[in-house]
Design a protein around this ligand. Structure first.
Ligand SMILES: Nc1ncnc2c1ncn2[C@@H]1O[C@H](COP(=O)(O)OP(=O)(O)OP(=O)(O)O)[C@@H](O)[C@H]1O
Length: 320
């Protein structure tokens, strides 16, 4: 299948300023050379600990963050500079769901206006058509028409997140970036929101870039998964490969840290964790540079899966 969006060697380096003259003294290599392709109807997971650069990737794709270098292609066309233009064709097709819909919605606007905003920006609908579409969207995410005239604070966290999902798909985009869409919700509500996301995906053939630090949720949602560490992918592959046959020591370490629910397996799990941690401590030098950054990874197959023997030390760092 052909990809419709292609990210090529994306870098976002933030300058760190210090001293009396406020000079740039160093950079945060928030995103440090990642490549990714999106196909229709698939879910791509970005996992990694806090600060690994997940949100920065999402924000760069949707044009909220200025990219330092690299390119974004949409249907084969270089849109790297268009990504920041909120009215561009590319931006119409890329929407976002934030972690906390409450803070991303204007509290003084009714749900109808929240939902209709993307339609007003990109489509010429009559007021009747607009209302009809809003009601349809609410129904898809399990809410009723009477929500239209209410304000964001009148809804629970889960309901607001569902409204966020409805808003993101209001104009039928190709890609929705979901940055920790359920992390702020109770477990039972999480499942509900995730199920709505899946249903909408089936209905509209949407692709998701699903950003999360929760490996359980990612396993449930994603077809392909990238494991991030300090701005780079340590490993990228199909869900099954990542969970059943992780190649990189960092991936194995992350997976071994998932709490074991089944009491029968708890002891085995603990032993595994100790073994992986020992392996990690002994071998980290092979996989990370002295500054703790990941060595360059060479894609070896269609799914870009990383094999350890292809990891080579980086000789020269590409600074900004
Ligand atoms: N505007 C900024 N200026 C300077 N540094 C920044 C800026 N935004 C992010 N960073 C830094 O870039 C790195 C990556 O941040 P990012 O938010 O992308 O990580 P993340 O993996 O999404 O983490 P989290 O899960 O905590 O959201 C972090 O070290 C962060 O401190």
């Amino acid at each position: 299948m052909m990809s419709f969006i292609k990210i090529e060697d994306l870098k976002v380096h933030y300058p760190i300023r210090s001293g009396f003259l406020n000079r740039v003294t160093d950079y945060v290599y928030a995103v440090d050379g990642i490549s990714l392709e999106f196909e229709r109807g698939k879910t791509y997971g970005l996992v990694g600990e806090s600060g690994s650069g997940k949100s920065t990737i999402g924000k760069s794709i949707i044009g909220l963050e200025k990219i330092t270098s690299g390119k974004i292609f949409y249907e084969g066309k270089d849109v790297s500079s268009e990504a920041r233009n909120r009215r561009s064709e590319y931006r119409r097709n890329v929407q976002m769901i934030f972690q906390d819909a409450m803070s991303s919605f204007n509290p003084k606007r009714r749900i109808k206006d929240v939902l209709a905003e993307p339609m007003r920006n990109f489509e010429n609908l009559t007021p009747e058509e607009e209302t009809k579409r809003c009601i349809e969207l609410l129904e898809i995410v399990g809410l009723t028409e009477d929500a239209l005239n209410k304000y964001p604070h009148e809804f629970s966290g889960g309901q607001r997140q569902r409204i966020g999902v409805a808003r993101a798909v209001a104009i039928n985009p190709l890609l929705v970036i979901a940055d920790e869409p359920v992390s702020a919700l109770d477990l039972s509500v999480q499942a509900q929101v995730l199920n709505f996301m899946k249903r909408i995906q089936d209905e509209y053939n949407i692709s998701y870039l699903f950003i999360s630090h929760d490996l359980g949720v990612v396993r449930h949602m994603c077809d392909e998964i990238a494991i991030m560490y300090r701005g780079r992918f340590t490993e990228y592959g199909a869900n099954k490969d990542i969970y059943q046959n992780p190649q990189h020591i960092y991936t194995r370490r992350l997976l071994s840290a998932i709490p074991e629910i089944d009491p029968d397996n708890r002891e085995k799990n603990k032993e595994n964790r100790i073994r992986v941690e020992k392996e990690y401590q002994e071998n980290a030098a092979k996989y990370f540079t002295e500054e703790g950054r990941v060595y360059d990874l060479k894609p070896i197959s269609d799914t870009h899966k990383v094999a350890l023997d292809t990891i080579e030390p980086v000789v020269e760092r590409g600074a900004v």
